[in-house]
Write a protein of this length. Structure first.
Length: 208
């Protein structure tokens, strides 16, 4: 995951999970139940705060494919979203076959994946994930009495099976803090314009 969630200037994909390889390694692939969503506040040193929502859009697709949408807005009010059709782990760009980009106030566009440089998969040399005893943690989304703490290199993570997608409650590294502010197992919806979603977003395109 994830953010550098967005395309760099809307021309090259960034991996999900907030662009942090160590965080992606520790959390692994998401639970892709259609309709589920999570929203985070991301605080990065030297940058403005960003609110980010990850959604697995309904309806469920066939043969293991799914639509993932990453949408966010920064403190300056700039809102944008990426919609990906994925099979497998979204941290590996080779698992995308469609990508759409939407910046508020502009028309959505499809990004031709064969015409842009794709980053390497994150899973090069996974480090050792150290698990701790369950502990209580409080975030804007609520209190989790038995969160599972993890550590991978300089990243500290708290997770819970009750949180959709990656189970992520909070993550801290020397440069960034990610905090859960909301989630749900149902109710995911696209931020793309409604008319465009009706025409393009139902997953009716032929699969690879």
């Amino acid at each position: 995951m994830i953010l550098a969630l967005f395309l760099a200037a809307a021309v090259a994909p960034a991996p999900p999970i907030l662009g942090d390889a160590a965080l992606a390694e520790a959390l692994g692939p998401p639970d892709t139940q259609a309709g589920s969503w999570v929203e985070y506040i991301v605080r990065t040193r030297g940058q403005s705060d960003t609110r980010v929502r990850f959604s697995i859009l309904p309806p469920a697709l066939e043969k293991g494919w799914y639509w993932m949408e990453e949408a966010g807005v920064n403190s300056d009010g700039m809102a944008s979203a990426i919609k990906l059709r994925v099979h497998g782990d979204p941290s590996d760009p080779r698992n995308y076959d469609r990508m759409y980009v939407y910046v508020l106030g502009q028309a959505p566009i499809e990004v031709p994946l064969d015409q842009i440089p794709m980053p390497e998969p994150l899973w090069k040399a996974p480090g050792k994930v150290v698990k701790g005893a369950p502990e209580r943690i409080e975030v804007k989304a609520g209190v989790y009495e038995r969160a599972e703490p993890l550590r991978l290199r300089d990243v500290r993570i708290w997770r819970s099976k009750s949180v959709p997608l990656w189970g992520l409650i909070k993550a801290q590294s020397p440069r960034q803090t990610v905090e859960l502010i909301g989630s749900g197992r149902t109710g995911a919806h696209s931020t793309f314009p409604t008319a465009w979603v009706d025409d393009q977003g139902k997953g009716s395109e032929s699969m690879k």
